[in-house]
Design a protein around this ligand. Sequence first.
Ligand SMILES: Cc1cc2nc3c(=O)[nH]c(=O)nc-3n(C[C@H](O)[C@H](O)[C@H](O)COP(=O)(O)O)c2cc1C
Length: 172
Amino acid sequence: MEFDEVLRMRKSSRRYTDETVSVEDEKEILKAIMASSVGKHNDAGYMIAVVRNKEILNTITREDMEKTGGGDPLYGAPLLFVICTTKETIDYLERFDSGIIAEHIQLKAAELGLGSVILFGFVRHLGHDAEYIKKMDLPEGVFPILAVAVGHAPGAEKERKGDRKFQVIHLD
Ligand SMILES: Cc1cc2nc3c(=O)[nH]c(=O)nc-3n(C[C@H](O)[C@H](O)[C@H](O)COP(=O)(O)O)c2cc1C
């Protein structure tokens, strides 16, 4: 797929089928993650958890719905890339770095014809003491900072409807 087409296909999908994402596609997404930029060359500052475990996914859904009274924060997606900080993370860079990693995941998912959505909501609502984090059994000092849900999504083959309308200023 041409790069501009990938850009046109990138969008947030909020409905998923039960179809599993193949291990080949997961590997492609991991390769895209490893092509990310990261501030101060700090590779040790991030850990990526690839979550297919239904108990963990269901725990996120249940905990978040209980806390917010809203709908499923994962939209039924079967695969979740959880970007985690570590003891080595540089605090003033963590939001930039994790956002860049998330964007790489979304762009690759778009190229693969998969749906995806960047998720900060449940990470923020549930905090560090959440039950889903205990179930993830992460190494000491490792905590989620941002996640991207990925899956087969109706409409994933269609282009995004609208573009951003950021104001642009030229300073010649
Ligand atoms: C940092 C960040 C956090 C986000 N968190 C959520 C989220 O928790 N839940 C959600 O449904 N969408 C989330 N989104 C998706 C945005 O709401 C979405 O990008 C926006 O609706 C624009 O739609 P588009 O991605 O289709 O262009 C997030 C996006 C970003 C960049």
